[in-house]
Design a protein around this ligand. Structure first.
Ligand code: SF4
Ligand code: F3S
Ligand code: FES
Length: 247
């Protein structure tokens, strides 16, 4: 006999605040939502906005874990809300915006400015010599295993979960964090990038870079794309130590 599934009433408590309204202050509002089969937090939040409070602000674009815009604290843990099934959670759920990023309102944050600053800081693009950028030049063959390794790191969706999950950034705001170190490792691995190890050392060989990481491991625990962040931080550390020993 098939089991009859009990419908649950979810109590979703949301930390709400509009920093542009001088009269507002951070406060928690709890909404009750009837759970449906296959419900994600994206669906639950839309239910709240449609049936309870249309002023609630949150971000979603792809609903498929690809755009990285729906990151938030779910019961205190950084997650992509569109990938969280309510059935995996207790009926009492707390939601808050990711810390460290600019708050727009309620659950909506602005990660773009932070991520852009990071990309500019580590120059996360292929650095090649001008003569080698000629349009008629054939691309060099890359070993499939190396291409896969680079592709794996390119899956980062810049959601900011690893930043919110890293205790070091809370203490050292200039620390690159796992997302920044991942970008550096990605370009260092890429044979099309012609920067020397010494140039990479300038970018990442200090306490705001790879030597600032205290191996707290929160980044890898919360990365929704399961990127191998730890092994790439270790890879960069080895590279930095070898470079320092050469000079
Ligand atoms: Fe998000 Fe993972 Fe990229 Fe960090 S490394 S920004 S957690 S996808
Ligand atoms: Fe932070 Fe991850 Fe290092 S959590 S301290 S970047 S291992
Ligand atoms: Fe795009 Fe969640 S809506 S990752």
């Amino acid at each position: 006999m098939s089991e009859v599934k009990k419908e649950r009433i979810l109590k979703i408590s949301i930390l709400r605040f509009d920093p542009t309204d001088p009269k507002d202050f951070p406060h928690i509002v709890t909404y009750e939502v009837e759970e449906a089969d296959g419900m994600t937090l994206f669906i639950a939040l839309n239910e709240i906005r449609e049936h309870h409070d249309n002023s609630l602000m949150f971000d979603f674009v792809c609903r498929a874990g690809i755009c990285g815009s729906c990151s938030m604290l779910v019961n205190g843990q950084p997650k992509l809300a569109c990938r969280v099934l309510t059935s995996k959670l207790d009926a009492n759920i707390s939601l808050a915006p990711l810390p460290l990023f600019k708050l727009i309102r309620d659950l909506s944050i602005y990660t773009g400015e932070w991520m852009r600053g990071l990309s500019e800081r580590v120059e996360s693009w292929i650095h090649d010599k001008e003569e080698e950028l000629a349009f008629d030049k054939l691309e060099q063959r890359m070993e499939p295993a190396l291409a896969d390794e680079i592709y794996e790191l390119d899956r980062c969706v810049e959601c900011g979960c690893c930043v919110a999950g890293c205790g070091t950034i809370q203490m050292k705001p200039n620390f690159l964090g796992a997302v920044g170190l991942n970008k550096v490792a990605r370009y260092h691995l890429d044979p099309r990038d012609k920067r020397s190890d010494e140039e990479y050392y300038e970018i990442v060989g200090d306490e705001d870079g790879v030597f600032g990481c205290m191996t707290l491991l929160g980044c890898e625990d919360v990365c929704p794309k399961d990127l191998p962040l730890q092994s790439k931080i270790a890879y960069l550390r080895r590279m930095m130590i070898q470079t320092a020993a050469k000079n």
